[in-house]
Design a protein around this ligand. Structure first.
Ligand code: AG3
Length: 284
C-alpha cells in the first residue's frame, strides 16, 4: 500500500524510520519565535499537534504519556504539595497532576505561550483543569525560572519537553539538573520525558550520567508504549534521593480517587521493569 499526500508523516531521518497518520487535514499552522506549530485533524487518531514536524500528541494516545509522566512521580513522593512543570504547554500533564487532591500549587513554565493557546482551542479536554485555582502559568524560559526560584521550595519537577534539540537541549544537562536539585526540598524528585528506549538509549544513558553528576543519588527509567512517537515505545526517567524511587505509595495508587486509562498500581510497578539490553546500556 502506498501512502498518499493526505498522510501526516514524522520522519526520524538518522534512524531510518517514520510514523504516519492517515487522512491528516491541516487546521492550523504558525511559526512562533521558537518553533513551527501545526494542528491536524486525522481520520483515526483525532486531533494531532506537531512541533517542527514531530508529533507532540494526538487525541487518541496522549493519555499514556501524560499519565506515565505525572503519576509515577507523584505516587513515589511521600507527600507532594508544590509541583513545577517545565514545558507541558498542551496542559495534558497539568491536568493529570491536578487530579491529586493534595497538590497545593502547580506552576507551569512553558517557553511558548502559543502552544497553550492552541491547546485551549484545539484540545479543550486537556485544558479542563487550567482554571483550577492551584494552577499558575509562566510563559518563558523554564531554565531561567528554576535559576531564580527559591531554594527548597518544590516537591516534584516534571519535565514535559520536546526532543533534546533546539530550545529543549539545555533541559537534558547537569547544569540545569543541579539547579533543580537546589530548588527541590529534601525527598524531592524529578520526572522527565526521556525519548525512545529503542532508538535513543544513548540519550537515556547520558541523562542518567548528567543526573548523577548533578548529585541525584538514584536515577530510574520507566517505559510505556506510545503509538505515535518514533518507534512506538517511549520512556520517562526519574531522579531523586537514594532508596526513594524503588518504592511508591502503592495503597494510595490502588485506591486513588480519580480515573486513569493507563496508569494504575500494577502498571506503575511493571513500567520500571527494563529489558536486558537497556539495563545493560544504562549500567555500562
Ligand atoms: N512531549 C513530546 C515528547 C517528544 C516527542 N518526540 C517526537 N515525536 N519526536 C511534549 C508533548 C506532550 N505533552
Amino acid at each position: 500500500m502506498q501512502l498518499d499526500a493526505s498522510w501526516f508523516t514524522e520522519i526520524a531521518p538518522g534512524e531510518g524510520i517514520a510514523m504516519s497518520l492517515k487522512g491528516a487535514r491541516r487546521l492550523h499552522a504558525e511559526r512562533t519565535p521558537y518553533q513551527q506549530i501545526e494542528i491536524y485533524e486525522t481520520e483515526t487518531f483525532g486531533r494531532l499537534m506537531a512541533i517542527d514536524g514531530c508529533v507532540m500528541l494526538t487525541d487518541r494516545d496522549n493519555f499514556v504519556y501524560h499519565e506515565m509522566l505525572a503519576h509515577p512521580a507523584l505516587f513515589t513522593h511521600p507527600a507532594p504539595r508544590d509541583v513545577l512543570i517545565i514545558g507541558g504547554g498542551d496542559c495534558g500533564t497539568l491536568r493529570e497532576v491536578l487530579k491529586h487532591a493534595d497538590i497545593g500549587t502547580l506552576i507551569q513554565a512553558e517557553i511558548d505561550e502559543r502552544v497553550t493557546r492552541l491547546a485551549e482551542q484545539y484540545f479543550p479536554e486537556l485544558c479542563q483543569a487550567n482554571h483550577d485555582p492551584r494552577a499558575r502559568f509562566y510563559f518563558g524560559d523554564g531554565i531561567q525560572w528554576v535559576k531564580e526560584a527559591a531554594t527548597a521550595s518544590l516537591d516534584v519537577i516534571l519535565i514535559d519537553s520536546t526532543d533534546p534539540a533546539g530550545p529543549a537541549a539545555g533541559l537534558f544537562a547537569a547544569a540545569f539538573y543541579k539547579e533543580c536539585r537546589r530548588v527541590l526540598r529534601p525527598g524531592g524528585l524529578i520526572a522527565q520525558q526521556s525519548e525512545s528506549p529503542l532508538l535513543y538509549a544513548h540519550i537515556i544513558k547520558n541523562m542518567h550520567a548528567e543526573f548523577r553528576q548533578a548529585g541525584f543519588a538514584e536515577v530510574r527509567t520507566l517505559t510505556f508504549p506510545q503509538a505515535t512517537y518514533p518507534s512506538g515505545w517511549w520512556s520517562a526517567t526519574l531522579a531523586g534521593e537514594h532508596g526513594k524511587l524503588a518504592d511508591f505509595r502503592r495503597g494510595d495508587a490502588e485506591h486513588k480517587a480519580f480515573p486513569t486509562l493507563y496508569y494504575d498500581a500494577a502498571m506503575h510497578a511493571a513500567a520500571f521493569a527494563l529489558p536486558p539490553f537497556l539495563r545493560e546500556t544504562l549500567a555500562r
